[in-house]
Design a protein around this ligand. Sequence first.
Ligand SMILES: CC(C)(COP(=O)(O)OP(=O)(O)OC[C@H]1O[C@@H](n2cnc3c(N)ncnc32)[C@H](O)[C@@H]1OP(=O)(O)O)[C@@H](O)C(=O)NCCC(=O)NCCS
Length: 306
Amino acid sequence: MIRVIGYDDRFSDGVVEVCNKCVSVDEPWTEKPWNLDDFRRVWLEWPTFNVENFGLALLNDRVVGYVFAIDDGGLWIGLCVDPDLDKYLALRTANELLSWCKYRIRDQGYSGRILIPLGWEYGYRHRLINEVLGHRIIHHVKTWLMKFQGEPTKSTPKVGEYKVCNDWRGREEDLVLIHNEAFRNEPFFQPVTVEMIERWFTSTRYGKPEVTLLYSQDGDPVGFVVYSIFKAFDGAYTGLVDTLAVRPKYQSKGLGKRLLLESIREMQDRTSRIILYVDEHNSRAIKLYGKVGFRAYRRVIRAVVT
Ligand SMILES: CC(C)(COP(=O)(O)OP(=O)(O)OC[C@H]1O[C@@H](n2cnc3c(N)ncnc32)[C@H](O)[C@@H]1OP(=O)(O)O)[C@@H](O)C(=O)NCCC(=O)NCCS
């Protein structure tokens, strides 16, 4: 029957096969299947990926699913189950994997909340996890995926006397300050630290992050935008606006828009699409993105579970 084992030092073709089946149902930009090298690169080079928290589900020695837990400042669990399994086996596999992973992270002393990406709305993963977790879901975080469809940006508007800085090294504390002030009213807000900023900006999961910081004339940190370019699995270079943040006392002065336009200008000639994710409740950011030319086209849902 189904048994779950820990990571055994290699990703096999069986894992990649299950991944491809799930990914093609759930993710955009994946017309091209992953191969073993893609898989290794994405996982093993991801700074917060811990192989100890990667479990494989085997049915008669065939890989039928996997699970992993990632601590990116908040803990989340990713789950993948072979969509070709019949419903009973799929539910059993998902349950076994989730239990394995939860015991694992509780053993490591983690007792906080857990987020589980449910995948694209109405997608396979979404239905499966909803069925497995059912009553344990305490909250849904709904996130739009938006794609830039505006006019190319030739220049960024001048906004008063602010200074732009493209080198984040040595400015980690400013980034922490901006981030924590800008996001402090978000549901499930967790403050970032200097170490987390370092890990985040040196991660290459979605290309190398580039950072533009804004300062006032007298050197007060104002805001930042983080963006990166990565080669999606369909081979297209894709720009991602990762995070945009402006400290509350500098908001509503056009500075967020300026930072966003700056990132688009940097990416537009090197990419065939520019995307971003934004939480559905963040109407303010959605309004700004819409004005600049982003259009929502898919919604991904994560569940907060007890
Ligand atoms: C989203 C955010 C970056 C916007 O920065 P900002 O500097 O305040 O935005 P701007 O002044 O450039 O405003 C641009 C547009 O946003 C909208 N906007 C700005 N302030 C607003 C407010 N108080 N209420 C409603 N909409 C507002 C407007 O549509 C505005 O366009 P307009 O100036 O043509 O009217 C900022 O509010 C922020 O840091 N929020 C917290 C972090 C966050 O949610 N980031 C985005 C998700 S990663």
